[in-house]
Design a protein around this ligand. Structure first.
Ligand SMILES: Nc1ncnc2c1ncn2[C@@H]1O[C@H](COP(=O)(O)OP(=O)(O)OP(=O)(O)O)[C@@H](O)[C@H]1O
Length: 247
């Protein structure tokens, strides 16, 4: 297989667990000691198991599922901010996107300084950021506030700048977690148009959203998670219908 035909994203038999530590009072602690420390003081919680799928160039895949089903955890594993306990994740090329808005922003720096900081985190050189700077700011439509410290930004302004930087990094893989919700409607439309543009340019997209109408329009494929297990990987219409309980 030539590199061009290899999947962009490979998720191979991945599992992730978390340790849930319970809060205990001093009395609980004494009782626990008196009882001979038999009960576990933390629970092992399996957030994802047996997850395998691939995503190719030009594919837009929606991760669907009820609250707590593991969508955001899976997206974080794909992005590399978290590592799986078992299994493998391989992503070729540059990754960008919006997973935790503002995660790469420093509150005491201005919008302008944060564009440089965030661009660098996403792998751009200073010269590349210089070249794209005006376009990024124009896309965000927050020119007036670009020299204001971002701690004074509203959540929508944060989103605008973070999205603008992310889409201007020329990513091969674009990941989006339920974030467009804080943008106003005109900006959401603009973001969706930009995401479509990336898809049509052959980028691989993975989108987490509860907005089934939006993902039905944007994605071709849906992966449905239920309590950390993949229960479906198929055409988006079927995945959305299953989510809606129509089949
Ligand atoms: N860092 C963590 N430590 C402990 N548990 C976690 C952690 N991150 C996620 N979880 C747990 O893993 C499960 C899956 O969470 P996740 O955020 O991936 O779900 P989700 O499908 O994105 O949910 P939602 O639709 O509500 O955003 C949840 O039960 C959550 O409490």
């Amino acid at each position: 297989m030539t590199l061009d035909h290899m999947p962009r994203i490979v998720v191979d038999d991945v599992a992730k667990h978390f340790t849930l530590r319970h809060t205990h009072t001093a009395k609980d602690w004494v009782v626990w000691n008196l009882k001979g420390r038999k009960e576990a003081r933390s629970d092992d919680f399996v957030a994802l198991h047996d997850i395998s799928f691939t995503v190719g160039d030009g594919e837009a895949v929606a991760l669907l599922g009820l609250n707590g089903s593991g969508k955001s955890t899976l997206l974080k594993l794909v992005s590399g901010v978290m590592r799986p306990d078992t299994g493998k994740i391989r992503v070729r090329g540059n990754i960008a996107g919006l997973i935790e808005v503002g995660a790469g922003f420093h509150p005491d720096l201005t919008g302008r300084e944060n564009v440089y900081l965030n661009g660098a985190i996403l792998g751009m050189t200073e010269q590349q950021i210089d070249e794209k700077f005006d376009e990024i700011v124009a896309f965000s439509e927050i020119e007036e506030f670009i020299d204001t410290e971002v701690k004074f930004y509203s959540s929508g302004m944060f989103l605008r700048l973070a999205f603008a930087v992310a889409v201007h990094t020329d990513p091969d893989v674009f990941l989006v977690d339920e974030i467009l919700a804080v943008g106003d409607e005109p900006f959401q439309k603009k973001c969706l148009a930009k995401i479509r543009e990336l898809r049509d340019a052959g980028k691989a997209l993975v989108i987490v959203s509860h907005d089934l109408d939006m993902v039905a329009r944007l994605c071709s494929r849906g992966i449905l998670l239920e309590r950390g297990r993949m229960v479906m990987d198929g055409p988006i219409d079927e995945a959305v219908a299953t989510m809606r309980g129509e089949r």
